[in-house]
Design a protein around this ligand. Structure first.
Ligand SMILES: Nc1ncnc2c1ncn2[C@@H]1O[C@H](COP(=O)(O)OP(=O)(O)OP(=O)(O)O)[C@@H](O)[C@H]1O
Ligand SMILES: [Mg+2]
Length: 364
């Protein structure tokens, strides 16, 4: 087993910079999720760790050893792709054995490894079938099985669940998480899905346009996003934002149609910035509708209900406050009338403030 360290890793395709000075220190046995929108460089980063893509600058180490010039087959990694990449003419068993045939592992040992992986993944009854005789979920299990059989020091996953339907995705998500915990193998998991990132990762690295935005535990990113990009990317329904100005000697946050006091926790961070443009960020759960108990001090905010989205366990309400539309969550058994005005409480200790120019978080 081994940690993985990326130190100042850069990738250019011709003149196009795809990854910029990427630093990541992934611990032995850690489950690291690399998340970001399409085209941000996730797959490229992963393929560089795998050795499938040359790096333009920096170093990558696996288990303390620089692997920049080590070919993929000698890196002690196993990769699982979105496309499964199974050999169609081989049976499941042959697919599972394939990596070892090249390494000339004795057949008895191979039988043991395959049986063990098949048992872990519950695919024993499928060993004699060809990939075309399997469902998508079963194919993905075989692809996982092939990675397990190789007994690598590091698992690399590139959107392994995106070909599966929503229900199976949730199930496989839990299975991969369990599997990684059971085997204790370091894992780097690439996804564009923030829910997958939040639910699976020990830590999450958020990538945007080839630049690392923030690395941290899921709750750390959720509660203290380092900038507007991370704040908007993590969380569903997403964080509400309102353009605002600091007024009254930086004691108030003035948005287009409402004003709230600067909470005590942010006073030091905004001191001396009267007149500065900021972006106010409010998670939907921190706008508390009537009938719900708020946490800590609140500022009252009159909003007009525009859209109501029932989800069963809760209702997501879109409401207007001045020129801003804000969402909050409501008990489904309380009637919400479109067009009505409601007074919600804004939990002051949970609000987020960002510099409108740098987009960086203000305060801790
Ligand atoms: N061989 C290549 N030559 C030129 N540009 C490339 C090459 N491979 C990738 N790119 C570019 O590098 C950027 C990052 O691509 P990458 O595949 O790493 O994105 P990604 O984050 O995995 O996206 P997705 O979520 O869509 O899979 C993209 O803008 C892509 O067009
Ligand atoms: Mg990709």
């Amino acid at each position: 087993m081994a940690g993985v360290v990326l130190d100042g890793v850069t990738k250019r395709f011709g003149d196009v910079r795809v990854i910029e000075g990427l630093n990541l220190d992934i611990g032995d046995g850690e489950f690291m999720v690399l998340v970001g929108p399409s085209g941000c460089g996730k797959s490229t980063a992963l393929r560089m760790v795998a050795g499938l893509e040359e790096i333009t600058g920096g170093t990558i180490s696996i288990g303390g050893k620089v692997v920049n010039d080590v070919p993929p087959k000698d890196r002690d990694i196993a990769m699982v792709f979105q496309s499964y990449a199974l050999y169609p003419h081989m049976t499941v068993k042959q697919n599972l054995e394939f990596g070892h045939k090249i390494r000339k592992t004795p057949q008895a040992e191979l039988d043991r490894l395959v049986a063990e992986a098949a048992q872990i993944l519950g695919i024993e009854p499928l060993l004699a079938r060809k990939p075309k005789e399997l469902s998508g979920g079963q194919r993905q299990r075989v692809a996982l099985g092939r990675a397990i059989v190789r007994k690598p020091a590091v698992f690399l996953f590139d959107e392994p669940l995106s070909n599966l339907d929503a229900k199976l995705r949730v199930q496989m998500r839990a299975e991969i998480k369990k599997l990684q915990a059971r085997l204790g193998v370091t894992a780097i998991y690439v996804t564009h899905d923030q829910v997958e990132a939040m639910t699976m990762g020990h830590r999450i690295a958020v990538l945007h346009a080839g630049i690392l935005q923030q690395v941290g535990a899921p709750l750390e990113l959720y509660e203290r996003p380092a900038n507007l990009f991370v704040a908007a990317f993590i969380g569903s329904p997403p964080m509400n934002f309102a353009q605002a100005t600091l007024t009254g000697g930086a004691t108030a946050i003035q948005a287009a149609g409402f004003s709230i006091p600067v909470p005590a926790s942010l006073r030091a961070a905004v001191s001396g910035r009267d007149g500065a443009r900021v972006v106010l960020g409010i998670r939907p759960e921190n706008l508390v509708p009537p009938g719900k108990e708020p946490r800590g001090p609140t500022a009252p905010l009159a909003v007009t209900v525009e859209i109501v989205e029932p989800l069963g366990n809760e209702v997501v309400v879109h409401a207007r406050a001045g020129q801003d539309t804000l969402t909050y969550k409501q008990d489904p058994h309380r009637p919400t009338v479109i067009g009505s005005t409601v007074e919600v409480g804004l939990e002051l200790d949970a609000l987020h403030l960002f510099d409108a120019t740098t987009e960086r978080r203000l305060g801790a």
